[in-house]
Design a protein around this ligand. Structure first.
Ligand code: GLN
Length: 306
């Protein structure tokens, strides 16, 4: 398929969304950007188009990476004991996700409470802070040594992160947080502020699509069980309350971030990274999802159909 034509076809969708304004560093981003990077795992081919080399804040796509890292460090059983795999009927950052259900543990790892909890599971090791370990792991699984923290975004997250603070204190009050509130939140804010490209996310998707093995060098980065678990959770909760909508429309495990990034992993086929910062009401990239839908249909990627 011609990716440039696909971008043209989805371009007008940008006008249906808005960049995230609740984090000032993201409000400044030009909405008129759409980029894609495709990593064909089966045939070891890559192609890209549009704003595929632009760096943007990873935001909630980092929740995939910290989940994988926590599973690698603690084991799947230990992580499953701390966080659920259920959908929520509420936005990703609300305390209702925990208060309504009266559960001690967050419903899943991709709402903010679940992600803060996962970040709290990672402990300082060999003098490396939890964030330093996450950054190193991100560079490895995204095959991108140039990923760094953007201080402007990080400061922005700190300034406007009171909702996340309330979630962390709530978790602490319930006895669910594994580290102190300050460290857990700092790790979370920093992981959201890492700067990636479509290629970095396509590489992450490619590892997941390839059952945990990096297709660029044949080395296993994560266990098969971690890859399977994470893809399942991406399918059911990766696009928040719209996960069901896109399960039907796209049918590929996908995770979004409010920086406009999307990572998709089509098992045994493709790792896909997409960037377009204008978001829908749920916090998902509007043009990005339109483009992913087009790609999924064209390349026959839905896991439910083929
Ligand atoms: N959905 C997202 O990408 C949210 C991440 C953002 N840093 C927040 O905590 O609100």
């Amino acid at each position: 398929m011609n990716l440039n034509d696909a971008i043209q076809e989805c371009w007008d969708k940008i006008d249906e969304g808005q960049v995230a304004t609740y984090i000032p560093g993201l409000a400044k981003v030009d909405p008129y950007q759409l980029g894609v990077y495709l990593f064909d795992v089966a045939n070891d081919k890559r192609c890209q188009a549009g704003a595929s080399r632009v760096r943007f804040a990873i935001e909630s796509v980092s929740k995939v990476i910290t989940l994988l890292y926590a599973i690698e460090r603690l084991g799947l059983t230990a992580v499953e004991a701390q966080v659920g795999t259920r959908q929520t009927g509420f936005p990703f950052d609300t305390i209702l996700n925990m208060e309504i259900t009266k559960e001690t543990h967050p419903l899943n790892a991709f709402i903010n409470s679940g992600a803060i909890l996962i970040s709290s599971l990672i402990e300082e090791e060999d003098g490396q802070s939890p964030f330093e370990q996450i950054l190193n792991f991100t560079r490895e699984i995204c095959n991108d040594p140039e990923i760094t923290l953007d201080d402007g975004i990080y400061q922005s997250e700190l300034r406007t992160g009171d909702m996340n603070r309330s979630l962390a204190y709530y978790l602490k009050a319930k006895g669910a947080l594994n580290n102190d509130v300050t460290t857990s939140l700092d790790t979370y804010f920093k992981q959201c502020s890492m700067m990636v490209t479509c290629e970095s996310l396509a590489n992450l998707g490619a590892v997941l699509a390839n059952d945990g093995i990096a297709p660029w060098n044949g080395e296993r980065i994560i266990s098969s069980a971690a890859a399977t678990y994470t893809k399942s959770v991406m399918m059911t909760t990766g696009l928040y309350n719209e996960s069901g909508t896109y399960s039907v429309k796209i049918g590929v495990p996908t995770k979004s971030g409010v920086g406009g990034g999307l990572v998709a992993a089509a098992p045994n086929h493709y790792g896909i990274g997409i960037f377009s910062p204008a978001l829908d009401h749920a916090g998902n990239s509007v043009a990005g999802l339109a483009l992913l839908e087009l790609i999924s249909k064209e390349l026959k990627l839905s896991i439910f159909k083929y």
